[in-house]
Design a protein around this ligand. Structure first.
Ligand code: ATP
Length: 236
């Protein structure tokens, strides 16, 4: 069953059109990657889904159109966005950030258990539970941003460059935790990632963007087998 479907989506910043017609779909519980060079439109595709830019074309989530909805409405429908640059609340502690993530939930009784789950998923955060988010390392802030998005109990997670600026070992740890989260929660994921090697550890399929268009879409196995993907994204 398809959870998210984009059909010929366009998007502009003021008069400048940056998405020229993006199509992709994410199945319920599936994980799909978006690859592409700097400026290809990956971040803008996630912003289009979240209602942060003006769009044309069709965006449906769970069978209903979400194009033109505000970011708050989109979030309330069950889409959590972890933006590039992380988006934690720097002045709040780790625990407060996790609580804020859950503020739209009605099942407040399950919140402490879910915070505990996050601290199990990212043990480094347990030691920093009373620290201000601004005082965390880059890797810890990324972990907190993902955990905070999970606290909203979304059906779909939009992840933008979770490995950006992290040491390779930390990036690997973050992706392993995302993989575990996916397996244990069944949350569907749409993952923007410049590091295709990491993305391919998580996703079953991916689409490659160039100047605001899809140029290739396929299963992870198909894409890994293509010379142009190996040259451009896999370092060989
Ligand atoms: P990156 O990896 O560099 O973030 P990307 O594939 O995510 O690249 P986008 O950030 O979606 O690409 O940018 C697509 C195009 O839109 C680029 O040409 C970029 O310069 C332009 N752009 C992005 N944000 C804005 C903005 N707020 N106003 C105007 N143009 C923008």
């Amino acid at each position: 069953m398809t959870l998210l479907e984009l059909d010929d989506v366009t998007a502009s910043y003021g008069p400048v059109r940056v998405l020229e017609g993006i199509s992709l779909s994410v199945p319920e519980g599936g994980a799909v990657g978006i690859l592409g060079a700097n400026g290809a439109g990956k971040t803008t595709t996630l912003r289009a889904i979240s209602g942060m830019v003006r769009t044309g074309g069709s965006i449906t989530f769970d069978g209903r159109s979400i194009a033109g909805l505000s970011p708050e409405r989109v979030a309330a429908l069950g889409i959590a966005h972890v933006p590039e640059g992380r988006g934690t609340l720097g002045g709040l502690t780790v625990r407060e950030n996790l609580r804020v993530g859950a503020y739209l939930r009605k099942d407040s009784k399950s919140v402490p258990g879910d915070i505990d789950y996050c601290l199990d998923l990212f043990p480094q955060l347990r030691n920093r539970i009373r620290s201000a988010a601004a005082a965390l390392s880059g890797g810890e802030q990324q972990m907190l941003a993902i955990a905070r998005a999970f606290m909203a109990k979304p059906r779909l997670l939009l992840l933008d460059e979770a490995s950006l600026g992290l040491a390779p070992g930390t990036a690997k740890t973050v992706y392993e935790a995302i993989g575990r989260l996916r397996k244990e929660s069944g949350i569907a994921m749409l993952v923007v990632e410049q590091n295709a090697n990491l993305a391919f550890t998580l996703v079953e399929s991916a689409t490659v963007l160039e100047t605001g268009r899809n140029v290739l879409t396929g299963s992870t196995a198909e894409l890994k087998g293509m010379d142009e993907i190996r040259r451009a994204y896999l370092g060989g």
